[in-house]
Ligand binder design. Sequence first.
Ligand code: 13P
Length: 250
Amino acid sequence: MRTPLMAGNWKMNKTVGEAVAALKALKPLVADVKDVEVLICPVFTSLYAVSREIENSEIKLGAQNLFWEAKGAFTGEVSPSMVKDAGCSYVIIGHSERRQYFGETDETVNKKTKAAFGAGLIPIVCVGETLKEREENITFKVIEKQIRDGLSGLSGEQASSLVIAYEPVWAIGTGKTATPDQAQEVHAFIRKLYAEIYKEAAESVRILYGGSVNPKNVSDLMKQPDIDGGLVGGASLEADSFSQLVKYLK
Ligand code: 13P
């Protein structure tokens, strides 16, 4: 059984004070949730303060990026063990915004994924096609390359605990969600491909959907057999709407 994971990617939003206040508001709203894992991914500067705020709650903390080296002369970067030390258990890797604006490739995704595991973090590795790629009918080809290259060389245990997020680039921040059928089609493709590479780990790997998830569309998406949760931007910024996503079953 895969435990559903609802993850908020706050992107470059919220000061330390705003982040802590949002968690103060969220905690009581999700305190009774037992069947869904709840994860918040704020900016680096808020991680430690948020980790203090969520002590004694079930809410987990993740970073939005890391660098693969352990320490040294890499101005502006943050290492996997530093992310862990700040209180994180997860880290988002290879988000399409990082691929698009910061030159991340499947090769850097692979290095970061292995480094995250090395520090005891669970990576959430993002894949997804652009609108142009979907229109050219090469969605599966694009995703296959991202998975084969970005996730090569993992151990069986790493492959099972990994989280994949399918985020079609055309659905991010656009209000244009993939239909549940469109998302399920790609999720099933990812799981089948994963089974070819990592055998039984395909049954335990969680595959999240991301791209304009909101309280109205979440339950139809979560009904799909291969959708194990959401990676949510806009609708995770307010405690009220994010708690509705976490409670999609109610
Ligand atoms: P939106 O939910 O704002 O479309 O963002 C999705 C996303 O990129 C999450 O990582």
